[in-house]
Design a protein around this ligand. Sequence first.
Ligand SMILES: [Zn+2]
Length: 164
Amino acid sequence: MRHITEISSKVEPVTFVEDELELSFRYWYGEHYGRFYAELRDNRRILGMRCEKCGSVLLPPRPYCGFCHAPLRTWVELSDKGAVDTFSIVHTPNAKELIETPYACAMIKLDGCDVPLYHLLGEVEFKDILTGMRVTAVWEEVRKGALRDIRYFRPSEQRSIRSD
Ligand SMILES: [Zn+2]
């Protein structure tokens, strides 16, 4: 019988194992996300929360203010209209992404909200997308209680904002 140090010095250690793991699970949204997604699905309403300490309006709803950490208790209905804060045109497909490339996505500041919402842009030519462009939510007819209950945001005004 050989000593263990003699054996281990002659083999390469296993440092990486590649495998696939299929998981089926149900995710509990909790109080805040549960109400947020139910309102999207049932009433086409976007709910946020107002901080009574610093006055910020946050999206999505959460138990504590992301700016001053005060507990949040005040629900507010947000507009489904806003302005493009930043945007990107995605050309590289993601293996898990169901959206056909290229597509436009944006951080959208809904009117009266202090936190931008990440979502898709639609019904617009990429060359016409600008920061500050006014957009309106386009809702799915059949909603499931998910952020994709909003299909995308489209320009509020159909005319181009560009001057060229
Ligand atoms: Zn606050």
